[in-house]
Design a protein around this ligand. Structure first.
Ligand code: ADP
Length: 398
């Protein structure tokens, strides 16, 4: 019988889950429990192609959601009995976790402790881990960290030019996020290039609601755009990315914002949403731009410009490029963003093939560059598969 891993991604108000075949990566069942803690909680799942929606009780907790997920699994008896481990995505592993690990009480405490640097994410992960331990007490549980892939960043890259004591005393440094995605697409790109990953210089752009870009030299992450938190770097759906840090102090000192208001504004009301004053949704902005909406165009132009700037700077860092990779909801689907980005990089040896670019969308992966260009790929990411494989690696380590 095939063995499966339950992969959980617990956010503050949602739990994404997937049952993944430990050998093939086949995903027979996946779903999301959403609006937890609110009155309109829902559990949606798809078994193969068959979709189901269940209403959750008002103010459902992570524990309620996981016992409902357990009940769904019970319906598919063979799947439930084939589960061998649970893998948890954990956003912030700090400097404590350089790789995935089996969860025990100490690990749980360390993840909770790291919540001071990622309060929304890590506290939700701990709630998810505890609920999963209660729902599946017989299964080993493994934490897989977003930050682990960036442990190879050199010190002169991960430090901010602040007093060194801030790093020594409080651990303030760049961590990087979306590690499982950058890891997955970089390895897939190496396969397509027919090279060992250790021979590859790559730039991987994960463009979704959150966006990050990573410079990979000889298979190793040497720089990435997200920082101490997932706020730094590219323009995102609702996050501003790079700004002059003095804007935060100006808003507090001169405009009477509280620190919490500044944080909320930069995380939730900025980016594509803030500039367009319409939506954080890239596809909707492309539609609005086509109708002549100037704010939508400005938001997309800013998104593309920041991306071009990062690609240019990472080209300078990694040496001769083997491939540029797009992934994430925007990277995998928006032929417009890909095309407009590459047009601006023509003088650096990159060129798009219009036909390939329009064809490679909606979960398809493939080359989108022209014959005369360095290779550019769109690769559908699969973070859950990375988490499942890491879970198997660490659940049964002696
Ligand atoms: P998350 O970071 O929340 O996982 P996703 O990776 O699903 O987000 O990316 C969501 C983004 O992908 C949204 O901005 C959405 O508009 C964009 N997107 C999805 N499909 C398309 C499309 N066909 N064209 C342009 N953008 C798209």
């Amino acid at each position: 019988m095939n063995q499966h891993v339950l992969v959980l991604n617990c956010g503050s108000s949602s739990i994404k889950f997937a049952i993944i075949d430990a050998k093939s990566g086949d995903t027979p069942l996946q779903g999301i429990a959403e609006n937890l803690g609110a009155t309109n909680g829902l559990l949606r799942y798809a078994f193969r192609q068959e979709k189901t929606i269940i209403e959750l009780p008002d103010n459902a907790s992570h524990k309620d959601a996981l016992s409902n997920i357990g009940a769904v699994l019970n319906k598919f008896d063979e799947l439930h009995s084939s589960l061998i481990a649970v893998g948890h995505r954990v956003v912030q592993g700090g400097e404590v976790f350089t790789h995935a690990c089996l969860i025990d009480d100490t690990v749980k405490e360390q993840i909770r402790d790291l919540a001071k640097m990622a309060p929304l994410h890590n506290l939700a992960h701990v709630a998810g881990i505890e609920s999963a331990q209660a729902a599946f007490p017989e299964l080993p549980q493994v934490a897989v960290f977003d930050t682990a892939f960036f442990q190879t960043l050199p010190k002169h890259v991960y430090l901010y030019a602040l007093p060194y004591s801030l790093y020594e005393q409080y651990g303030i440094r760049k961590f990087g996020f979306h590690g499982s995605s950058h890891y997955f697409v970089s390895r897939e790109a190496a396969k397509r290039l027919n090279k060992n990953i250790e021979e590859c210089n790559l730039i991987t752009a994960h463009l979704g609601n959150g966006c990050s870009i990573t410079a990979i030299k000889k298979g190793i992450a040497v720089d990435t755009s997200m920082g101490f938190t997932p706020l730094e770097g590219l323009v995102m759906g609702t996050r501003c990315g790079d700004i002059d840090p003095s804007i935060a102090t100006y808003m507090i000192e001169q405009l009477d914002y509280s620190a919490a208001q500044v944080s909320s504004l930069m995380n939730k009301d900025s980016g594509l949403q803030g500039i367009s004053q319409l939506t954080n949704d890239c596809r909707a902005l492309e539609d609005e731009q086509a109708k002549g909406n100037e704010q939508a165009k400005l938001a997309l132009d800013m998104f593309i410009y920041r991306l071009v700037k990062y690609i240019g700077s990472y080209l300078a860092v990694i040496g001769p490029l083997d491939a540029l990779v797009f992934t994430g909801g925007i990277g995998e689907n928006s032929s417009y963003i890909r095309e407009q980005t590459i047009i601006q990089l023509g003088h650096l040896g990159l060129a798009i093939d219009d036909t390939l670019n329009s064809e490679i969308r909606f979960g398809r992966s493939g080359l989108i560059s022209s014959k005369h260009s360095k290779p550019i790929y769109t690769i559908a990411t699969n973070e859950e598969w990375v988490i499942a494989k890491e879970t198997i690696n660490y659940a049964f380590k002696a």
